[in-house]
Design a protein. Structure first.
Length: 449
């Protein structure tokens, strides 16, 4: 038989995955000396890539995150930019009073003006730390974030640099603002890596925001590892905004010590594909974590949040609150797991996911669940999916508001609860404006709320 042979989308996606895997393994061959523990991490990453590869449609954790359009792009490694370009990007980023600001351009640290150093926090590049004092990061780098899938393994195999943030104990809380910038003239791949070490009794406020030129089909595959020492406190705020063709896969892994506190506030405000995986290991008696999220998904967008809170020891507390707003044909995923291990008595865990659908074509996949292997615990979870209350709409319209404004006012009020959890007046106003900008008559709705 002659003629062209048609191929299925699934087969095309598999071929694209295989091509990206081959390019990743080729790029992962490194020259030059590295500390033994880094070389071992890269070897483990290569083994995962060679045996499991990138996620496939049949993988349960990725079942609702189609990757065909992302993986079939021919990416090339992102490159560093000039000082002038970096300064321009930094000037375009939002300003947070009192914060030490550092820049990641295409996943590569660009510390314009040098490193941040103070009485309570030190910021430097991973490359510098690995060349001068590798032992200081050896217990954490690669030991907090698992190599669970091909994306995590790709980052471990390919990262060339990153940021190391160390919060010192016994000093006042300091804010570090990490600006993520992407700029390119074509499809590029960046693999930024962050390592945050909050020493015993320290306090750190870490804010991550986006700025950039909206590169065509840029893929950011990032890994962040956070070690929260005994009695330490870390507040972690992430604001994600990407140009429509851009995609991000982010893994954040946290390990908490005795009496520590970790607070996560994540805002996913759009992008072709935004996937956030947040893993928290409560590994010290009395540790607490509080995880809040707000995600907006509109026409042609997919936002996925996967959380895993692991209660490994007794007496720990966790709370999760995620809210989603979906419009057009937007798709969102919330997959939340709470694990209570055997012997982890006196555990208190609450998980809540609420979703608001603004159109008949929007889709949400909500999967909250608990795995409990201990007695004497207080655990709850739940998810809701609904539309705007017609009675509330009728009430607002009876007060003179048109339908579009009434809908926007109720939607904005639904989101504001999470926005106000950031506990920062400047950032709160910025987030309110960004959410309002996504809604018809949103700025007026903000004024009326």
């Amino acid at each position: 038989m002659t003629g062209d042979v048609a191929t299925s989308p699934r087969r095309d996606a598999t071929a694209a995955t295989d091509a990206l895997l081959a390019e990743t393994l080729k790029a992962a061959v490194r020259a030059g000396a590295e500390p033994d523990f880094v070389a071992a991490l890269r070897a483990r990453a290569r083994a995962v890539l060679e045996t499991a590869g990138f996620p496939k449609p049949k993988d349960e954790a990725w079942r609702f995150t189609p990757l065909g359009s992302v993986l079939r792009v021919g990416y090339r490694p992102a490159k560093a930019v000039s000082d002038g370009k970096a300064i321009a990007l930094q000037q375009a980023a939002l300003s947070l009073p009192g914060a030490s600001r550092v820049l990641l351009v295409n996943g590569i640290p660009h510390l314009v003006g040098g490193t941040c150093a103070g009485a309570s926090v030190e910021v430097g590049t991973l490359a510098d730390v690995l060349s001068t004092s590798p032992a200081s990061v050896a217990p954490c780098l690669g030991n907090i974030a698992p190599l669970g899938d091909g994306f995590a393994a790709q980052n471990a195999a390919l990262f060339t640099d990153g940021l190391v943030i160390v919060a010192k104990g016994g000093a006042a809380e300091q804010t570090v603002h990490v600006v993520r910038a992407s700029t390119s003239d074509g499809p590029t791949l960046s693999t930024p890596r962050l390592l945050v070490i909050a020493e015993r009794g320290s306090a750190l406020r870490l804010v991550e925001t986006d700025v950039g030129d909206g590169p065509l089909q840029h893929l950011e595959n990032s890994v962040t590892e956070i070690a929260v020492g005994d009695g330490a406190r870390v507040t972690h705020i992430r604001v994600g905004e990407r140009a429509r063709p851009a995609a991000r896969v982010a893994q954040i892994a946290v390990r908490q010590g005795r009496g520590s506190r970790y607070e996560s506030r994540v805002f996913a405000l759009g992008g072709a594909l935004e996937r956030h995986e947040l893993r928290v290991l409560l590994d010290g008696d009395g540790a607490e974590c509080s995880l809040d999220g707000l995600y907006l998904s509109g026409e042609g967008e997919l936002v996925a949040h996967h959380t895993l809170v692991d209660h490994a020891v007794p007496g720990c507390t966790s709370r999760q609150r995620y809210k989603g707003i979906l419009d057009g044909d937007g798709v969102a995923v919330f997959d939340g797991t709470v694990i209570v291990r055997r012997g982890a008595v006196r555990t208190a865990a609450h998980q809540e996911n609420r979703n608001l659908l603004l159109s008949g074509n929007a889709v949400i996949h909500a999967k909250p669940h608990l795995e409990i292997d201990a007695d004497d615990v207080k655990c709850s979870h739940g998810a809701t999916v609904g539309r705007l209350d017609p009675n509330e709409l009728f009430y607002l319209r009876s007060r003179g508001l048109d339908l579009a404004l009434a809908r926007s006012l109720l939607t904005y009020s639904f989101a504001r609860e999470v926005v106000r959890a950031v506990d920062d007046p400047v950032l709160e106003r910025i987030l309110e404006d960004r959410v309002a900008a996504r809604l018809p008559d949103g700025l007026l709705a903000k004024e009326l709320a």
